[in-house]
Design a binder for this molecule. Structure first.
Ligand code: PLP
Length: 427
């Protein structure tokens, strides 16, 4: 987060007046811009254009599997090998599946509700109550899954190193109804946080009262670096095994933001016992994944170095957008005391924190000016940000000119709403 200094009250009327003028000019432009979702831009998708011509006339995997046919429930070994390193899961404990990791998280919840997880005494559906810890700010689609299945959400604050572990330990020790925690360990959605080694160690060692407690380790941004400082997060699967909880973690990932967001490959990795459970559950659902898609991904990306090289091209397209957003926010907001924002080293998002009680109003004023933002509150369970201060910015999809206009306009809305709020506050 970059810091801002306080405003002196005597200059407030003049600043409010200037913000009102700028906002009127903004509205008069009649913009129609969208910063809502973290989608890759068309230019990023073009980086994987080669996929559309692959696998050509090939259809045989390295182990002889005919990719055109049913079977190979765990997915192709050559693709699992490529993503084994980035996802920190041995290839034999990794499955390559369909195109969406969110779908795999959904299915894990369904199977835990309707079947019995390794280590569980009964189905989650038969428990009086199920709760998940939700580090905030977090990913709205994780929260939507909990709501869908009636899983209670307990917010836990994020720190610069990951979830507040003292709070996590306190909660899971006392409450056997807490069955899981959502984690986006690297370049998290939305604030870009990377979990420290200490946080990973403490998560693995959690004194959970629930014997079937699971960490949903959504490593969606494992290879999505924006700087030369390629952050390394400790290996959770090994840490869990080392602390005597080998079945504690489910690892998820996908190529949605590596290749094609609508036609990539998703992965699930875990302990041997969890993998057997998963494959048995999934065997009822499918006679095998889309291996032609997996084969063309293996041919395009080739190996871990191929993934790194490919991600460098994404970085070349994304980095200027993140830099532009930071530059514009700094120009307009630094020193105002009205906002702080994250400067992520990777991932897809920037978190903008405005004055308490102002986020919804900023989003509303931006919408009135033709700039669509993710709804305020989406970063918190039940859409309820108790301080009403966090806004998620997704810079990837618009082109750079549109992005600059949108961030410029957003900064105007932050100034307008912030100064109105200060002017209305009692002395
Ligand atoms: N997990 C996180 C943290 C995300 O930010 C996203 C997409 O924005 C997803 C999962 C979705 O992944 P997939 O496309 O593999 O379903």
């Amino acid at each position: 987060m970059t810091a801002s200094t306080d405003i002196s009250t005597d200059s407030l009327p003049a600043r409010l007046e200037a913000a009102r003028r700028d906002y009127a000019t903004l509205v008069a432009q009649g913009l129609s811009l969208d910063l809502t979702r973290g989608k890759p831009s068309a230019r990023q998708l073009d980086l994987s254009a080669g996929l559309l011509a692959l696998p050509g006339d090939r259809h045989t995997a390295v182990d002889g599997t005919d990719c055109r046919n049913y079977g190979a429930p765990q997915g192709l070994p050559e693709l699992r090998e490529i993503f084994s390193g980035p996802l920190q899961v041995p290839a034999e404990q990794l499955t390559a599946a369909g195109n969406s990791s969110l779908e795999l998280m959904h299915d894990c919840l369904v199977h835990a509700l309707l079947g019995t997880l390794p280590g569980a005494t009964r189905r989650w559906a038969d428990e009086d109550r199920i709760a998940f810890l939700c580090p905030v700010p977090g990913y709205d689609r994780h929260f939507a899954l909990c709501e869908r299945f009636g899983i209670e959400m307990i917010p836990v604050p994020m720190t610069a190193e990951g979830p507040d572990m003292a709070e996590v330990e306190r909660l899971v020790r006392a409450d056997a109804g807490i069955k899981g925690i959502w984690c986006v360990p690297k370049y998290s959605n939305p604030d870009g946080t990377c979990y420290s080694d200490e946080v990973v160690r403490r998560l693995a060692a959690l004194p959970a009262a629930a014997p079937d407690f699971r960490i949903f380790w959504d490593n969606a941004y494992a290879v999505h670096h924006l700087t030369d400082d390629e952050v390394h997060v400790a290996d959770i699967l090994t840490a869990c095994a080392d602390s005597g909880h080998p079945d504690r973690v489910f690892v998820f990932g996908s190529t949605s933001k590596v290749t094609l967001a609508g036609a990539g490959v998703a992965f699930f990795g875990s302990s041997p016992a969890n993998l057997r459970w998963w494959l048995a559950c999934n065997a009822k659902r499918s006679i095998g994944p889309d291996k032609i898609n997996q084969l063309r991904h293996a041919l395009l990306l080739r190996n871990a170095d191929g993934v790194r090289e490919h991600m460098r091209k994404h970085r070349e397209l994304l980095r200027p957008k993140f830099d532009a957003a930071h530059r514009i926010l700094t120009e307009h907001l630094d020193g105002t005391g009205l906002a702080t924002w994250s400067v992520p080293k990777g991932g897809y998002f920037i978190t903008l924190d405005v004055l308490d009680g102002c986020a919804r109003e900023v989003v509303r004023r931006a919408a009135d000016a033709g700039i669509a933002l993710t709804p305020a509150g989406a970063t918190h369970p039940y859409g309820d940000d108790p301080r009403d201060r966090t806004i998620r910015i997704a810079p990837s999809y618009p082109d750079t000119t549109e992005l600059q206009q949108a961030i410029d306009g957003l900064a105007t809305c932050v100034r307008l709403v912030g100064y109105e709020h200060l002017a209305a506050a009692p002395d």
